[in-house]
Ligand binder design. Structure first.
Ligand code: PLP
Length: 376
């Protein structure tokens, strides 16, 4: 938690649950990433946190943006970014949305199938297109699974087809899975991309761009390697694959930019046991799976927690949300421990919760309002 957030929580005592996000930390994260990967252009993945103050700060710093829908493109434009700084990175787009983006000046699009390429040729003629490769997501706490990307062989065919259709076959992309702890995932993917560049150049198509996606981790309950470790591995792999002819590089960080800039502050609603001698207490918070903590699905993302009772003895807990849904359990298998003194009414803060929280909150499930937000 940054000192600014700690002071805000103490002085303002905002109603919970809420996200408090320090926009200066967003700027710091952007600057750190630019410094360790100076050859890469940063396209902030808007879905991680599309709040206006975040987008405005990044736009002012010269960031570009990875948007997944026409609505996200509108948000980015409204925050002052140029259409030329936007990549429409979703491989699944309505043709009407492509047409809107094109009319607004967006000229860079992702795809991973022939049907999508045909939509792009019709609705965004001449645009720069990049093909997303299916890559291993092992090592990622929040994998993007097999939903996106295609095989190397298919990507080669599709790039040739892109040229036939009058599009500009610009580059290749991949995403190694979110909260990726293993830099080898990037190295393996870059090697794949390098081979495809060579193969296509022999077939007369000279690609110019490698999009390394996002995935850079932040610290939750477990330590993760620093960003310099990933940058070093990536540059090593790029040099190995391309020698001194390194193409344009793009990264699309989401979690790394906003994750540790935000804290979700909540209130303990109930502490109970299922039997008198049960050592495990159940701690119910005023935020849960449907209030914005969707990434606790499968206990994948394990937030660090801080309470106003920290310092005393602790005991094992299961942690759940406030709704009447059985799926609204945050952690039951992960061995969390919380202070024995914890009581209803106490404040409990979830650290590094600035990414993938606010927009995941349900409208009004069980009548609970969406997570409120403070940008400071
Ligand atoms: C979600 C997403 C990102 C951001 O991923 P992080 O793991 O948050 O860095 C980047 N690119 C694409 C295409 C995405 O879908």
């Amino acid at each position: 938690m940054t000192p600014k957030i700690a002071r805000f929580l103490e002085d303002v005592r905002p109603a919970t649950p809420c996200l408090v996000l320090d926009v200066d930390r967003v700027e710091q994260n952007y600057r750190v990433l630019s410094a360790v990967l100076p050859l890469a252009r940063i396209y902030y993945a808007v879905k991680a946190n599309p709040a206006r103050p975040v987008l405005e700060r990044l736009a002012r710093l010269g960031s570009a943006f990875d948007a997944a829908s026409w609505e996200e493109i509108e948000m980015v434009l409204a925050a002052g970014a140029a259409a030329s700084a936007i990549s429409y990175g979703n491989t699944v787009k309505k043709e009407s949305a492509i047409a809107r983006a094109f009319a607004a000046g967006v000229r860079m699009y992702a795809f991973d199938s022939e049907e999508e390429l045909e939509k792009l040729a019709r609705a965004a003629p001449g645009a720069k297109v990049y093909c997303r490769l299916l890559v291993e997501n092992a090592g990622a706490d929040w994998p993007l699974s097999r939903k996106f990307g295609c095989s190397v062989e298919m990507a080669a065919e599709l790039m040739l087809r892109a040229r036939e259709l009058g599009l500009d076959p610009y580059g290749l992309s991949f995403h190694v899975g979110s909260q990726q702890r293993d830099a080898v995932a990037y190295e393996a993917a870059v090697a794949k991309v390098g081979m495809l560049f060579t193969d296509l150049s022999e077939r007369g198509v000279n690609l110019r761009m490698v999009n390394l996606g996002g995935g850079f981790p932040v610290r939750y309950t477990d330590d993760v390697p620093g960003i310099d470790h990933f940058a070093h591995a990536i540059m090593g792999a790029m040099t190995k694959a391309f020698g001194n002819a390194i193409p344009e590089m793009v990264v699309e960080p989401g979690r790394f930019i906003v994750g540790d800039a935000g804290v979700v502050s909540s209130e303990v609603v109930l502490v109970s046991r299922k039997a008198k001698d049960d050592p495990v207490r159940w701690v119910y918070l005023d935020i849960g799976r449907f209030g914005g903590l969707a990434e606790t699905e499968g206990e994948s993302i394990r937030y660090r927690m801080q309470t106003t009772r920290d310092g005393g003895r602790t005991g094992p807990v299961a942690i759940a949300g406030p709704t009447c849904d059985g799926a609204d359990i945050l952690y039951e298998r992960t061995p969390y421990r919380l202070p024995l003194a914890l009581r209803a009414g106490d404040r409990l803060d979830l650290l590094s919760a600035g990414a993938y929280t606010t927009t995941y909150a349900a409208q009004s499930f069980n009548g609970f309002r969406p997570l409120s937000e403070h940008y400071i």
